[in-house]
Ligand binder design. Structure first.
Ligand code: KIV
Ligand code: NA
Length: 276
């Protein structure tokens, strides 16, 4: 497949053609995604929960992000790879934001970075874009500030907070973001934002009118058990497949069914002679 570009994303929006994004956090999953027609991969800080067992995305560090982005870039040469900026890596100062984003591009090899926030992060987005760093924005349910939001819940439900989201989206587009993730916002708010903006919106729990969609790899495949938000559609139960395969292996070892001579190495008498 041909690697997606930022101008191509804009053209697809104009043409009303959707593009698709999922997450990947390691080499084998990146290889699998790269074999599909899914154009974009997010190495999300959701890896803190799906891969590292944290309770939220807040503890994720820059080192952890770099560690996971690198193998994804290697495994998915034909996909557009976005690396998440973890909490605390862009909020302290603009210098910090530029330094950490530069690491994600130079050291890890991603095509772009993503950060969370609206109007308040617009100056940071602008500085990053001026420094030559492509920025994907993320508004609505922003998991890094879940504590301030009072939990994982739909954002923009009343008129005031819906208007705030629209203002956020406009500020981010004006700051130079090349796309915006809309997470957990009402369909009609996402539709309004998608129509207002010239840059593509990428929905997750934001309905059908977004220009693209993103879902977490582990949620699509049934690999994350702890909780499943309403907006997730599970397309497979790979977790069960893995458990079945592992259990069969274990049973066969205990019964002596595995390994068979077929999986074992024979030695000729002559070869044994040579060893001693
Ligand atoms: O970290 C992540 O996976 C994300 C997506 C859910 C948008 O930010
Ligand atoms: Na994220």
């Amino acid at each position: 497949k041909q690697k997606l570009t930022i101008p191509a994303m804009q053209e697809m929006k104009q043409a009303g053609r959707k593009f698709v994004m999922t997450t990947a956090y390691d080499y084998p999953s990146a290889i699998l995604v790269d074999k599909t027609d899914i154009e974009a991969i997010l190495v999300g800080d959701s890896l803190g929960m799906t891969m590292l067992g944290y309770d939220s995305t807040v503890p994720v560090t820059m080192e952890e992000m770099i560690h996971h982005i690198k193998p994804v870039v290697k495994g998915a040469p034909n996909s557009f790879v976005v690396g998440d900026l973890p909490f605390g890596s862009y909020n302290i100062s603009i210098e910090d934001a530029i330094r950490n984003s530069t690491r994600i591009l130079k050291e890890a090899g991603a095509d772009a970075v993503k950060l969370e926030g609206g109007v308040t992060v617009a100056p940071t987005v602008k500085a990053l874009v001026n420094a030559g760093i492509p920025v994907m924005a993320h508004i609505g349910l922003t998991p890094q500030t879940v504590s301030q939001l009072g939990g994982y819940k739909v954002q923009g439900r009343d008129k005031e907070s819906a208007q705030r989201l629209i203002n956020d989206a406009i500020a981010l587009e004006e700051a130079g973001a090349f796309s915006i993730v809309l997470e957990c916002v009402p369909v009609r708010v996402a539709k309004m934002i998608s129509e207002k903006l010239t840059i593509p919106t990428i929905g997750i729990g934001a309905g059908t009118y977004c220009d693209a969609q993103v879902l977490v790899f582990h949620d699509i495949l049934g690999l994350f058990e702890r909780f499943t938000p309403k907006f997730v559609k599970r397309y497979a139960d790979i977790g069960k497949t893995i458990i079945d395969a592992l259990s069969t292996y274990s049973n066969e070892v205990r019964s002596g069914e595995f390994p068979t001579p077929h999986h074992s190495f024979g030695l000729s008498a002559e070869e044994i002679e040579k060893m001693y």
